[in-house]
Design a protein around this ligand. Structure first.
Ligand SMILES: NC(=O)c1ccc[n+]([C@@H]2O[C@H](COP(=O)([O-])OP(=O)(O)OC[C@H]3O[C@@H](n4cnc5c(N)ncnc54)[C@H](O)[C@@H]3O)[C@@H](O)[C@H]2O)c1
Length: 466
């Protein structure tokens, strides 16, 4: 059973007799039901009765119902309204637009809006390249999705994707001061997505593609990169690849191995797997063998998806033909970006000494982290409840901060490698150990370090714009 999580927190309004043992009884029922009590706030009190808001973390919605039912059974206790704290947080959405200029007087209005603004618009009509100086473009990113591959939920559509994109926008602001706005498109047609994003591009200094399913995401990104003069970055691909490369560099330092000498096995060649392979190869990885649900991929096969064919042509030099588990024997590194529970501890035991395992399938990794750690020297997952969480939030805020500051028109492998190295270097030599190969997602130094690294590559001679 999974542990109680703030993601499943509830607040129950409970009425109970004003007896000495009332709150102790509530506390003990909650704890016996397996929940974590986090707050008990008295709302009303009299000589006979008291009303308290009881807040606790559950393991899921069914567990929350069980906790409520257990309290309801206590003699004299009545459970009133039960609020889901995650839904409460979403009421009215998570982000907003605020004016940066005062609008108190007629003078303010005349400058911020008509008639003054007309002169600024005229200036931009004559010189559109000043848009970054005179508009929000310099600090604004579109978070574009078609809702086709949202988290682990699959193709849930544009409206259902909006809370995720709002969250992403909030993270952009929190970690890098970037004004990101959700653009959830009610179409999954590649031509339409490309044409809409091109049409809205004047407002934005960058496009963050998000949760668009593979292989369509490859074509959408490639076409937009070719046709737009602002950076286009699919975070599920490159954000993941950057954090994986940074984490792998540190894991290799822990075990004393080199990227160009290790044998790497990768499960999954979708959005994440594909980008991981490309970035590792760009950084000089010596041996990569990729596998999907049909086994290892090699150049003697023909794949309809050009991205998969690229993997077939550029990896697995030894033409190993077999299952994922067979490929794993003797490997130094396993990176999973595929599906839950594909491997056991016994499979990990067949890897080389001092093996590195990154099992990133979310929320259930390719191999149980505890089982893997019995045989591997370093284990990382995408989860927050294990050590070494591989989380894209380490990359995307700083990447876009750097791209916007440098007024970059594209994003290159060199920038991504520099970003990965910046993330790796946020773990100091004396902090590095098998349980600490990536900085915390709350490490305030990460986004500025990533931004500076990207800026340096994008604009080697220039200073960030004031
Ligand atoms: N930071 C992170 O931890 C992080 C980042 C990105 C993705 N992920 C996780 O990685 C996984 C893949 O994400 P994606 O966006 O690349 O998805 P995707 O759908 O684009 O690709 C999934 C890939 O896994 C393969 N696959 C599916 N089932 C398989 C099986 N049973 N055996 C072998 N291969 C199988 C598919 O063929 C495909 O190549 C997801 O679980 C996702 O949550 C984690």
């Amino acid at each position: 059973m999974s542990a109680p999580s703030p993601g499943y927190a509830i607040t129950m309004r409970v009425e109970a007799p004003a007896q000495a043992n009332s709150t102790a009884t509530i506390t003990s029922v909650i704890s016996q039901a397996g929940a974590n009590l986090t707050a008990l706030d008295v709302v009303e009190s009299s000589g006979q009765r008291m009303v308290v808001d009881v807040t606790c973390n559950a393991t899921g919605t069914a567990h929350a119902d069980e906790i409520t039912a257990a309290l309801q059974e206590v003699p004299g206790v009545t459970v009133g309204k039960v609020s889901d704290r995650t839904f409460l947080m979403h009421l009215g959405g998570k982000i907003e637009v605020r004016s940066k200029v005062p609008l108190k007087h007629r003078d303010d209005l005349s400058r911020a809006y008509t008639p003054g603004v007309a002169r600024v618009s005229t200036a931009l009509a004559e010189k559109p390249e000043d848009a970054r100086r005179l508009t929000i473009k310099r600090n604004t990113v579109a978070v574009v999705t078609d809702g086709s591959a949202v988290l682990g939920l699959g193709n849930i559509g544009a409206t259902a994707a909006l809370p995720v994109m709002e969250g992403k926008a909030a993270l952009f602001k929190r970690f890098a001061g970037v004004d990101a706005w959700p653009v959830c498109l009610d179409t999954q047609d590649v031509d339409e997505i490309v044409s809409i994003v091109k049409a809205i591009a004047p407002v934005y200094g960058g496009i963050n593609l998000e949760d668009i399913s593979a292989p369509r995401c490859f074509e959408v990104e490639r076409r937009l990169q070719a046709e737009l003069d602002i950076p286009v970055f699919h975070d599920d691909q490159h954000g993941t690849a950057i954090v994986v490369l940074g984490a792998l560099e540190n894991a290799l330092r822990v075990v004393g191995k080199r990227l160009d000498q290790v044998r790497i096995v990768i499960s999954g060649v979708g959005a994440a797997g594909n980008a991981i392979i490309q970035l590792l190869l760009a950084q000089g990885a010596g041996s990569i063998i990729a596998a999907d649900r049909h086994g290892t991929i090699h150049r003697d096969q023909n794949h309809a998806d050009p991205a998969r064919q690229w993997v077939a042509d550029n990896t697995n030099a030894e033409l190993l033909d077999g299952t994922l588990a067979q490929a794993l024997a003797g490997a130094d590194v396993f990176i999973g970006a595929s599906a839950p529970d594909l491997l056991t501890g016994d499979d990990i035991a067949t890897m080389a000494d001092q093996a590195i395992v990154f099992a990133l399938a979310n929320p259930v990794p390719e191999v149980d982290a505890v089982e893997a750690s019995k045989h591997a020297a370093v284990v990382a997952t995408g989860r927050s409840d294990f050590a070494n969480q591989i989380n894209n939030v380490l990359a995307f805020p700083g990447i876009f901060r750097g791209l916007l500051d440098a007024q970059a028109s594209n994003v290159t492998n060199d920038m991504m490698i520099a970003a990965a190295q910046a993330i790796a270097q946020c773990v100091a030599e004396d902090e590095l150990n098998p349980n600490y190969i990536v900085p915390s997602v709350f490490d305030e130094s990460v986004a500025p370090a990533v931004a500076a690294a990207v800026r340096k590559v994008a604009n080697p001679n220039g200073e960030p714009e004031a």
